[in-house]
Design a protein around this ligand. Structure first.
Ligand code: ADP
Ligand code: MG
Length: 142
């Protein structure tokens, strides 16, 4: 399966793209987010949460590491920027009945099989960003 590549010109478009994912990313799904600081990882998660009816701030949980939102489905938002590994955060306990978004997912190795996670990469482009989406089970084995 070829990954989907989407050009995202503005922050508003990134939120709308995140919102559009509620139709495909569901409870039990884990999303590994890749992209440099300021790429738009948190903005995408914000759009997803707003589409679920969440009203209120969505910030990178850089200091508290994990934020849980009581939406339907419930969402776990993780930011591993300041740690080496996801171990000790108890993420395993919520994977089955939450949607789990992981920023700096290179530090989540071993949380689940790589091809069981959605992979979303956000790259800086001349005009805005390019988002690359690889659905779960479709990631190439490496
Ligand atoms: P990350 O979580 O990847 O560090 P954030 O989502 O917190 O990034 O921040 C992205 C920043 O980039 C925001 O300040 C946002 O307004 C800005 N921005 C500018 N253009 C875009 C775009 N096309 N998509 C997403 N964010 C954008
Ligand atoms: Mg962030």
């Amino acid at each position: 399966v070829d990954p989907e590549r989407v050009r995202i010109k503005t922050e508003t478009e990134m939120r709308a793209f995140g919102a559009s994912l509620v139709h495909t990313i569901a409870a039990g799904d884990t999303v590994f987010l890749y992209g440099e600081l300021g790429a738009g990882k948190t903005t995408l998660v914000r759009g997803y949460l707003e589409a679920l009816g969440h009203r209120g701030p969505v910030r990178s949980p850089t200091f508290n590491l994990v934020q849980i939102f009581p939406t339907e489905p419930p969402v776990v938002h993780v930011d591993l920027y300041r740690v080496k590994s996801h171990e000790g955060l108890g993420l395993e306990d919520n994977l089955d009945d939450h949607v789990t978004f992981v920023e700096w997912a290179d530090r989540a190795a071993g949380l689940i099989e790589q091809d069981q996670a959605w992979i979303i990469k956000i790259e800086f482009a001349a005009e805005g960003r390019v988002v690359i989406v690889v659905p779960a089970h479709a990631a190439p084995h490496s």
